[in-house]
Design a protein around this ligand. Structure first.
Ligand code: SER
Length: 595
């Protein structure tokens, strides 16, 4: 087997294989904060920014793509601490946007695994989709694997729960997948007869055949364009090849070493030391990457996830016996691991000072909070901490509810989560709770409702600038099928007249049945064309511009990856339901479209 020296070499081998030998183009490793997708908090997979292209839009780099993508998954933060779960990780992927399909995808995967990584055939096993009412058994994939030399006995058919990927949201591209496993167990690899026999087999790669579109009412239809979406976890593959766990690869070693130094403990000395060190390393790493994109600790959404991560790391620092502040020191070792991500070093001072400030805030109250929790535990009725107490822990001591729940689990008691939610709602903490739904969804929601609201958002943006002036700039946008939410820079409450004027302008645009068109250009051309957007290195070489053509000139021109309607008559009646403060200097509008 090939000796791979670390994450950078694995990435170089993978991207090099697909660009040099398989005619792929390397696409951008996009930011963790999605650029044009308000329905998700973070980029969770390499295919994420490719959704419009999987659905048929032309990608500027062609139809064969490869990259490494930084990802954040927040669904199981509380499981981080075991030997496998991570919040931040890197994913290698190659894509066919209607170019090659099963034969070539599987052939390339096989070639990379056995020729480039030199994995012996006897250590590989495969799973394929077993078939159900929505799609047939994937005998084609199995046949291809067999033709390459994988014995029948090492190919297992499994149902949707195992061998189907997407849509992560309610609707969108999805399909059967075939997964590749590598034998890490003792002795020679056995044949596998069923899902139960998978003991020492570790999944390393997933080829998804995105040949279906799932509608919101759960119907699967064949996509005109047959795509391939593959994903290989960098940390996990490295660990597998080296016979180690992910925390012992070069994606973690310097960070673990720093925590060992700060705590005076050794990683392997006890299960509890291992758990605490894994949590600290993973959480601080993910925090550094979020802060590098200017996410700051906050009460809602991304900022809340960041706060949760930092505070959980601090709690485990105490468990490990680290006295004093440590997060910044640990963060410095994260910079060492990722010299290739220059946006980390570019924002070094900001990252360290924000991280330090959050640690300071929490360190001042955590001990008292723990004492308060101990008392609450002793007084818990029927083994349950009530909602009011959990909320007080949050409000007075900054304990995220998930932390209180984790402490409770460790003590073998429960927390009345519904009671907590009621209490939080009473204190107008609703927004955070509501945003929790976003954490789970993965894909952009391209339903008709959200598409209409996307276009309405552009019209609202343009109308606000007309009524309030060019100082209005977008600060945030979030769209659900029910409503749009738009944050913009403006220091004071809008008057009822201004609100009515903005509504009027949008509705006039709807009444005029204006055409909406899309063009591709580079950022300089977009800027010259007067398109709205945040100019900077965030955009790639080719970007989409959506223009709404008014009767007397352009009604709106904005950089956006869509989706949008083709004519504003599809929107219906636009109504602003709320105009309120969002934060200092930022106002928030919620609006709906009525039939
Ligand atoms: N989207 C699939 C995954 O995340 C393959 O890349 O596993």
């Amino acid at each position: 087997m090939r000796k791979v020296s670390g994450r950078r070499e694995l990435i170089r081998l993978y991207v090099g294989f697909f660009t040099d030998e398989k005619g792929h183009k390397e696409c951008r490793n996009v930011p963790l904060v999605p650029e044009n997708d308000p329905t998700v908090l973070f980029t969770t997979a390499g295919m994420h920014p490719l959704v419009p292209y999987l659905l048929g839009q032309k990608h500027p780099l062609g139809n064969r793509l490869v990259n490494v993508q930084k990802c954040i998954r927040t669904t199981d933060i509380d499981n981080v601490g075991d030997s496998t779960h991570l919040t931040f990780f890197e994913m290698l992927g190659n894509w066919s946007l209607g170019s090659y399909f099963k034969e070539e995808a599987i052939g390339s995967s096989f070639e990379f695994l056995t020729k480039v990584l030199e994995i012996p055939l006897e250590r590989l096993s495969i799973t394929c989709f077993a078939g159900d009412k929505d799609a047939p058994m994937d005998t084609e994939a199995a046949r291809i694997w067999e033709s390459l030399g994988i014995p029948k006995g090492r190919i297992v058919y499994l149902p949707k729960e195992d061998n189907w990927w997407g849509p992560a949201g309610k609707s969108g591209p999805c399909g059967p997948d075939t997964e590749m496993f590598y034998w890490v167990g003792p002795g020679p690899a056995p044949m596998v007869a069923s899902a139960q026999d998978r003991g020492g087999w570790m999944e390393i790669w997933n080829d998804v055949f995105m040949q279906f579109n799932k509608s919101e009412d759960g119907v699967f239809t064949e996509l005109a364009q047959k795509n391939v979406d593959t994903g290989m976890g960098v940390e996990r593959t490295l660990a597998t090849l080296e016979g180690k766990e992910v925390f012992e690869t070069d994606a973690f070693l310097p960070i673990i070493a720093k925590v060992e130094e700060l705590s005076g403990k050794k990683y392997g000395e006890s299960e509890s030391a291992k758990k605490a060190m894994r949590i600290i390393c993973d959480h601080v790493k993910a925090s550094v990457f979020m802060l590098a994109e200017l996410v700051v600790p906050a009460r809602i959404e991304r900022g809340y996830v960041l706060r949760r991560l930092i505070r959980r790391a601090i709690r485990y620092g105490r468990e490990l016996g680290i006295s004093g502040r440590f997060a910044k020191e640990v963060a410095k070792s994260v910079f060492e691991v990722y010299p290739d991500y220059t946006h980390l070093s570019d924002n070094r001072d900001f990252i360290l000072s924000e991280l330090g400030a959050e640690e300071e805030r929490f360190s001042e109250v955590i001990d008292q909070g723990i004492k308060y929790f101990e008392r609450a535990k002793a007084e818990a009725v029927a083994g349950t901490i009530d909602g009011k107490t959990a909320f007080l822990l949050y409000q007075s001591f900054g304990f995220p509810i998930e932390m209180t729940e984790e402490l409770a689990r460790e003590a073998g008691i429960k927390v009345a989560r519904d009671g907590y939610e009621r209490e939080a709602a009473r204190h107008q903490e609703l927004s955070r709770t509501a945003s929790a739904g976003v954490f789970k969804s993965g894909l952009a929601d391209n339903s008709a409702e959200t598409t209409r609201l996307h276009t309405a958002t552009h019209l609202l943006h343009a109308a606000l600038r007309k009524v309030l002036g060019p100082n209005v700039e977008q600060r945030g946008s979030n769209i659900t099928p029910e409503r749009l939410r738009f944050d913009f820079s403006w220091g004071e409450k809008m008057t009822p007249e201004q609100v009515a004027q903005v509504e009027g302008i949008v509705n006039e645009n709807v009444a005029h049945a204006l055409d909406v068109t899309r063009e591709e250009m580079n950022p300089a051309q977009a800027k010259a064309a007067g398109a709205m957007g945040i100019f900077g290195e965030k955009y790639g070489e080719r970007i989409s511009i959506y223009t709404v053509h008014g009767p007397a000139g352009v009604a709106s021109k904005e950089i956006c990856s869509g989706p949008h309607v083709t004519n504003t008559r599809e929107l219906g009646h636009f109504r602003i339901v709320k105009e309120e403060a969002s934060s200092r200097g930022v106002r928030r509008i919620k609006a709906v479209l009525e039939k």
